[in-house]
Design a protein around this ligand. Structure first.
Ligand code: C2E
Ligand code: MG
Ligand code: MG
Length: 747
């Protein structure tokens, strides 16, 4: 309870003279006035002291008062005792303890001390001042020149004025707080203003109906009007219909859900087409209309959007070729696979890998290699239909995802095959760099998927990749389509491949030599045939391992073994015969023509001091019929070096005899199937006869192989031929056996 409430209404006021009363009121008025005017508390308190003194009329009673804050003296005033400032300061410092009610001290009371004496008073009336919250604010002391006790009127006056001081002090405090608050508000406003000038966004304050009440923002280039012209207009008046309806919808939602709403839109501004992000949030209520305001922030996100698009581009496209990258391809493939599964359709994917691209990189450097990749990307793009996804998924690997789907596997397979052929055809034309021609090949694998067998993008890719690998192993520049046998086949191949590699290291491969016999019965030549001493015991026939060696590229190493052993034998034979007319035939696989075969052969011969004319390279018709630029070129190289070419297994082939005169060959070897006369004897004999006639006319050597019996030999005796070969004469022999044979023949 407030201490002030204990003070009764001053009953003794009436005993004051009218003059005195009006003086009190007058002074009280003045004090109030000065407080209200904000003139300062000090003046007001001084006035109060003087006023009280005047209420005490003629008597020498001086009033002093002191204010404390938590026990610390903060102010004291005593206008009539200004000369005693120092003493009063001490006095108030020593007497800052709160006390409950009016106290009386005189030089007759025991607690009268030196301090009191200094003030030259005979008695002191001390009145506590409390604020409305019973908080001790200070004290008011009346120093009297006589030793007198306060009468009721004095007590009432002191109590009244203590209350008045409390009101004055509180009022002053309030006012100062108000002022401080005001200043803070002004400062905050200024700061806010500065900030809104700094931020690049525009900030609209809207009414619920869309009227623009206020607008801040530093980026004036985003505004089509001056700020004041916006005020009072509706956003519908200043924004295009499409945009303002978006804004209005967001405003309504923000109000309904009391949540921030984000919208995106574009405006055509004098600075150009600008992308905006609008953030709309409900703000405070308008006290008059009781409707809420809306804050609407518009931010220019043009650059940000451009960056985002660029990041997206980088995330989904290969920066070198600007084709789709692996990520985009896999996403699209995933989508396609599930589409196929859900609609019982088939889709297709082609995996293409450049052959020997490493050579370009190694010889010309990676940056030129990159130029080639760009060129290849462009060629592929031109060759393929626009709606296919063409991706470069790394290094020299390109992948095509067909856009088309089909219920029929055959239909999609035929489409994929056509596209793969187009891809291969793009590599027929040479690439040029610095006016030098470069040939690049490509191997492709095709996977047809239905989303049921291969269910993930990875599986489809892996299958296509496996086929591509097969195509590469078969010599490249070809395509292979995936089927289920591929995986088993691959596993088996890998096993044998690694065994061949081991065998090469352990010298497990040897060449046998089968003699070729002239019509006069002389051994005039030999065919080198490879054998593999597998596991040190079993001897493997070429049919078991040659195709695998061809696929893995190991064939070149095997060929070198055969060639070296043939050279050794030839040198030994030359010594025995004393002339250099003996020849050895060597079987060459088709895909060796895609390598630098001629050079390899030539280098080996040079090493053994032998001429190319001593060798016949046996090739199949298919090699010569392929007519690809690479093979044709290599055939020419080999011919020009002086090697002889022989067509092995002649007659088993693919086309008529009519093309023979076009081929750069010097010998035909009739396949043993024609010599096996058991069945259709007459026809076979007729074929051999016409081949022999033609060979004679074209001045080609003719070797008949697979002669097993004397009757076979007899039947062919009348033909014009160069040599015969077969078990009837000799099985393939080791070098030692062969030398022994020559030696015997010579003696
Ligand atoms: P090819 O070039 O047609 O070789 C003749 C094959 O017939 C040889 O089988 C030989 O042993 C066999 N032969 C010879 N005379 C007779 C006969 O009277 N009756 C029967 N039934 N067969 C006879 P081989 O050695 O198993 O070679 C098979 C094939 O392997 C060769 O057919 C050749 O295409 C390939 N080949 C052998 N050695 C090499 C090689 O060093 N490199 C390459 N690329 N292929 C080779
Ligand atoms: Mg042969
Ligand atoms: Mg043959």
């Amino acid at each position: 309870m407030s201490k002030l409430l204990k003070v009764k209404t001053p009953q003794h006021m009436h005993s004051l003279e009218f003059k005195q009363l009006s003086a009190i009121l007058n002074a009280q008025n003045q004090a109030l006035q000065s407080v209200v005017n904000g003139e300062g508390l000090i003046d007001a308190l001084n006035n109060i002291c003087l006023m009280l003194e005047s209420c005490f009329s003629q008597q020498k009673r001086y009033v002093a008062l002191a204010l404390y804050n938590e026990g610390h003296l903060i102010h004291h005033c005593h206008p009539s005792l200004s000369s005693k400032d120092h003493d009063l300061h001490r006095y108030f410092l020593d007497n800052g303890q709160p006390f409950e009610q009016l106290r009386f001290t005189s030089n007759n009371t025991p607690n009268w001390n030196d301090t009191h004496h200094v003030l030259e008073a005979q008695a002191i009336w001390s009145q506590p001042i409390f604020c409305s919250r019973s908080e001790f604010l200070g004290r008011m002391d009346v120093f009297t020149a006589r030793d007198e006790t306060p009468q009721d009127i004095h007590k009432a006056l002191l109590a009244h004025f203590a209350q008045f001081i409390a009101v004055t002090v509180n009022k002053d405090k309030d006012q100062r707080q108000q002022l401080e608050l005001n200043n803070q508000l002004v400062a905050a406003n200024e700061r806010m203003e500065a900030i809104t000038h700094l931020i690049p966004d525009l900030m609209f304050v809207l009414k619920e109906d869309g009227t623009i009440e206020d607008l801040f923002g530093g980026n004036r280039s985003l505004l089509t009007l001056a700020i004041p012209e916006f005020l009072g207009k509706m956003h519908q008046d200043v924004l295009p219909v499409g945009v303002s309806s978006k804004v209005q919808l967001a405003v309504e939602r923000a109000l309904e859900f009391n949540q921030i709403q984000i919208i995106h839109y574009q405006l055509n501004l004098p600075i150009g087409t600008t992308d905006f992000e609008g953030r709309i949030i409900p703000a405070e209520q308008d006290q008059e209309t009781m409707k809420r305001r809306i804050l609407y922030m518009a931010r220019d996100v043009t650059e940000q959007n451009k960056d985002k698009a660029e990041i997206e581009r980088l995330a989904y496209f290969d920066p070198l070729t600007e084709l789709a990258n692996r990520r985009l391809l896999l996403e699209k493939l995933d989508e396609k696979i599930s589409l196929c599964r859900n609609n019982r359709m088939h889709g297709g994917l082609i995996f293409a890998d450049l052959d020997d691209f490493k050579k370009i990189n190694d010889s010309l450097g990676h940056s030129i290699g990159d130029e080639f990749l760009i060129m290849i990307g462009i060629r592929l793009q031109q060759a393929l239909p626009a709606h296919c996804t063409l991706a470069r998924i790394g290094g020299d690997e390109f992948v095509v995802l067909l856009d088309h789907m089909d219920a029929s596997r055959e239909a999609i397979q035929s489409l994929a095959t056509q596209l793969a052929q187009k891809i291969l055809a793009t590599f027929d034309k040479a690439f040029f760099y610095n006016r030098i021609e470069y040939r690049i090949g490509c191997s492709t694998g095709i996977c047809i998927f239905d989303g049921i067998q291969a269910t993930t993008a990875d599986q489809v890719m892996q299958q296509a990749d496996m086929c591509m690998y097969q195509a590469k192993k078969r010599g490249g520049q070809q395509m292979i389509i995936y089927d289920d046998t591929i995986t088993d086949f691959m596993a088996q191949r890998f096993q044998i491949e690694s065994e061949i590699q081991k065998g090469l290291k352990n010298h497990a491969f040897v060449a046998l030599f089968q003699p070729q016999i002239s019509p006069q019965g002389e051994v005039i030549a030999a065919e080198a045939l490879i054998r593999w001493h597998r596991d040190g015991q079993t001897i493997a026939e070429p049919a078991e391992f040659i195709p695998i060696a061809e696929n893995s590229g190991l064939i070149n190493q095997l060929q070198r073994v055969v060639l070296e052993q043939s050279c050794q034998l030839l040198n030994q034979i030359d010594v025995l015969l004393g002339h250099r007319n003996f020849t050895i035939s060597i079987n060459i696989s088709a895909n060796q023509f895609r390598t630098q075969l001629g050079q390899m052969l030539f280098d080996t011969l040079i090493h053994f001091g032998l001429e190319p004319r001593r060798f016949k390279l046996e090739i199949t018709e298919s090699v010569l019929l392929e007519r690809s630029e690479v093979v044709t070129e290599q055939v020419e190289v080999i011919k020009s070096m002086g090697f002889n070419l022989s067509i092995d297994d002649f007659g088993m082939g693919y086309s008529s005899l009519a093309y023979l005169h076009d081929l750069p060959v010097g010998e035909l070897k009739i396949d043993k199937a024609f010599v096996d006369f058991g069945h259709k004897q007459k026809q076979k004999l007729a074929i051999i006869q016409s081949i022999a006639k033609m060979a004679h006319e074209l001045d080609l050597d003719l070797v008949i192989e697979g002669i097993e019996t004397s009757s076979q030999k007899e039947m062919l005796n009348d033909l014009s031929y160069t040599a015969m070969q077969g078990f009837y004469f000799h099985k393939p022999l080791s070098s030692a056996e062969f030398l022994h044979l020559i030696q015997n023949q010579n003696t």
